[in-house]
Design a protein around this ligand. Structure first.
Ligand code: NDP
Length: 334
């Protein structure tokens, strides 16, 4: 057991709830930030653990957003920054995606520098979209790894919400590297760069018709009827419980300092997801997938080599079949 206190920003998020659950199971004390008291109370009632408490940080973009909570919690020695807008449909890309991602991250780092000198470890929930190129920047031949940067420019990021999300994660992460190069700080930093994160909700499914954005990839298949056509789509994924564990490895293992952990478990197509669902849930309405077209679909999926990350993590990723089973089981039966 440990008496270490860990701060988790955006604690009610899909990934963060798993991070909180994993931390508590390992004996850490957790202080999570949420945007409102209602969200804090809801999370507290789900978590049901005396080692969990919450603080309200209403806006990531407000200067000094994290100052008060860090002044109040001098016991915190680890800060996990997961809060960031994850949406592909916003009205104003700069205001709704870029600014909260970039300024929110800088507000966290500035607060740690000023009011958390005892904080020794910081982990940033970044994204594989900061590594991979998309649209005009997608390179089918390239094998993407931990060192790569999405070539998207700030200006291109403002073109639409998809590019806006990619840009928000790229420029938020770049801002951290820039901060670390310029400032003298007391903490080590590491980054978790996951692709699409799948898996069950840590506590409850609030709305089975609308899961969190990344799990909607699976839910779109779940919602298909026997005569529907499965879209010819695929990408790369990782299970949310592995992403949560990676956050712990990132501050527990000194070898991850300054590293970008490209946590990718494997590839998927919607056809393979449909077939896994049919295998485990024979009474499903989901049509059978045609996996003979997988190779064609994979031509448009990023090739990657994350062997350096996998060595540092030291655990095996959850398989696609297990991720899909656990996610769909929760939708059908919870
Ligand atoms: P969620 O949307 O479930 O969680 C996002 C969290 O950030 C929530 O707590 C949310 O608060 C908070 N947040 C969002 N915008 C703001 C804002 N403007 N001000 C304050 N808080 C805000 O997403 P995920 O759990 O999926 O994502 C968590 C992190 O992981 C993000 O940084 C995301 O970019 C990253 N990521 C996610 C991937 C995925 O596939 N899910 C893949 C790669 C990276 P509230 O609930 O109040 O909106």
């Amino acid at each position: 057991m440990t008496s270490t206190s860990v701060f988790v920003s955006g604690a009610n998020g899909f990934i963060a709830q798993h991070v909180v659950k994993e931390l508590l199971s390992k004996g850490y004390t957790v202080i999570g930030s949420v945007r409102s008291e209602a969200k804090g109370e809801e999370l507290k009632s789900l978590v049901k653990n005396d080692n969990f408490s919450y603080e309200i940080v209403a806006s990531l973009t407000e200067e000094g957003a994290f100052d008060e909570v860090l002044k109040k919690h001098p016991e915190v020695t680890v800060f996990l920054h997961t809060a960031s807008p994850f949406s592909f449909s916003v009205e104003d890309v700069e205001k709704d995606l870029m600014k909260p991602a970039i300024n929110g991250t800088l507000n966290a780092l500035n607060a740690i520098k000023k009011y958390g000198p005892q904080i020794k470890k910081v982990v940033i929930t970044a994204s594989a979209v900061a590594n991979f190129g998309f649209g005009p920047h997608f390179d089918a031949e390239k094998v993407y790894n931990e060192d790569d940067w999405n070539p998207i420019t700030y200006k291109e990021s403002l073109e639409n919400s998809f590019f806006g999300y990619f840009g928000s994660k790229k420029y938020a992460e770049l801002a951290v590297h820039d901060f670390m190069a310029k400032e003298t700080v007391n903490f080590d930093i590491s980054f978790i760069n996951p692709p699409y994160v799948f898996g069950p909700q840590a506590y409850v499914v609030k709305d089975k018709a609308n899961l969190n954005l990344s799990n909607e990839v699976i839910n779109r298949v779940v919602k298909l009827s026997k005569d529907d056509t499965i879209p010819a789509e695929g990408s790369v994924f990782v299970d949310v419980r592995d992403v949560a564990r990676a956050h712990l490895v990132a501050f527990e293992n000194d070898e991850t300092v300054n590293k970008r952990l490209l946590t990718i478990a494997g590839r998927y197509t919607l056809d393979t997801i449909a077939n896994i669902i049919n295998r485990y849930f024979p009474s499903t309405t989901v049509p059978k997938g045609d996996e003979s077209r997988n190779d064609e679909i994979y031509k448009n999926v990023h090739k990657y080599d994350n062997s350096r990350t996998n060595k540092l993590l030291g655990f095996e990723y959850t398989s696609l079949a297990d991720t899909i089973f656990d996610t769909v089981e929760q939708i059908y039966n919870a």
